[in-house]
Design a protein around this ligand. Sequence first.
Ligand code: ADP
Ligand code: ZN
Length: 516
Amino acid sequence: MPDFHNELIPYLKKYFGFDRFRQQQEAIITAVLNKDDCLVIMPTGGGKSICFQLPALLFKGTTLVISPLIALMKDQVDGLNANGIPAAFFNSSQSAQEQQAILDSTHKGELKLLYVAPESLQGLSPILYEEYVSCVAVDEAHCISSWGHDFRPSYQQLGFLKASLPQTPIIALTATADKATRQDILAQLQIPEAKQFLASFDRKNISLEVRAAHDRVTQILQFIEQRPNESGIIYCLSRKSTETLVEKIRNSGFKVAAYHAGLDFDSRNKVQEDFIFDKTQIVCATIAFGIGIDKSNVRWVIHYNMPKNIEGYYQEIGRSGRDGLAAHALLFHSYADVIQLQRFASGATNEEVQLAKLERMKQFSEASSCRRKILLSYFGEYLQADCGNCDVCKNPPQFFDGTVIAQKILSTIARLKESEATGTVIDVLRGAQNTNILDKNYQQIKTYGIGKDISWNHWQHYAIQLINQGLCEIAFHKNNVLRLTDLAKAVLFNNTKVQLSQPLSKEEQMAVRKES
Ligand code: ADP
Ligand code: ZN
């Protein structure tokens, strides 16, 4: 392979103002210049753009950049032009004359880079010949895959590019791709032999924590009060929760704003700007808040609700700690959220995929081993050692013989004829006297009140573990009642042992929070 090093550095300096390459950039650029097809997986902000922009300068002809984000194209092109790089974009917002002018300058070989939305590719047919096109860059390449989190049907027609431009290198780039998506990208772009470049996804400075979603608002207020001067983002599932949260947080004296689809364009922009310029400290958001905003000092991200998949979660927590300083990601885990997300997914065209991804997200939330290992393994990266910077590493669960506790819960479920959800099961164990219990005469049940010595939260902690261990399950389509599985019978009738982890005491929980 020819060594381009001495040739590349002056270009890097002259056109981009950098003295040296970041990890892998040079290897990628060299491969592209050798006309190899490439797949580049690099986190957001990693520096993907120059991997195709710099080769474009050295090639004869024009590099086509397929990008889904029409809104960002103009900015990207303006930035290139400002650096003295002849570039343009081609999309449906332009007049026929404008489009013709772009085709003409491509024919003359005047453009180094041409950004195009996949929907507009057809309009480029007069220039789709190898004498004009030096390279094709497919940005946000995960959009091609229905297994990806941001599927765009218009990306699926890109397979023709390799067929019509067989000698032209294709470089596909994305920040989020698990193994399945990666395979799909290669298959659909018809570049099975592409060289793959995988940058590390590990963001060591972001500490990871998951808590049960019990009394979330109080927990969030405490969290913020411990960090009175730090910027953060809270992601919620519904517009209503963003608004409720904003009100509560504002009442505690913080500068906070909501960001959701119900706001018009200008209001959303204002929220973003105020956040970037530190006029707003906290944003409670439902939708893609943070895409394209470059704020390096976001110190924490809270997920009020569980995200629907790991890619989304990872991208959202990745908006914190971009300056490399310590940041904190806190996720609240609730079964109610899981159920709601399952409902959202059901009936979707790719229901199976969505449910499988949700399951992975749930496994991450319920993990009793290093969370970062689980997270990174999703992206095909395997950590040797535990990270030391997640809640599980900091407080490894202590296990004890929980057989009797498990039997109490399971036999209560059985005596309730598998017709009640977790809350009522716990109320029965604790001998609650509320109207629900009394109306249904549950104080007659044999296990009523046998668990008074254990707090409600601790019972919940144990019940969740039984669900995770497959001893009982939530009937999602039947009012979330708890049902026994075959494994439960072994525990109830054969005295099969159950290991449970110790819940943290209140004091321990506070200590962990202060420390992290
Ligand atoms: P991505 O597309 O991967 O999200 P970008 O290509 O937009 O990332 O680059 C992210 C930031 O890193 C940009 O501000 C870019 O100027 C900067 N950058 C890229 N390469 C280098 C480099 N070799 N040295 C210093 N900064 C770089
Ligand atoms: Zn860890």
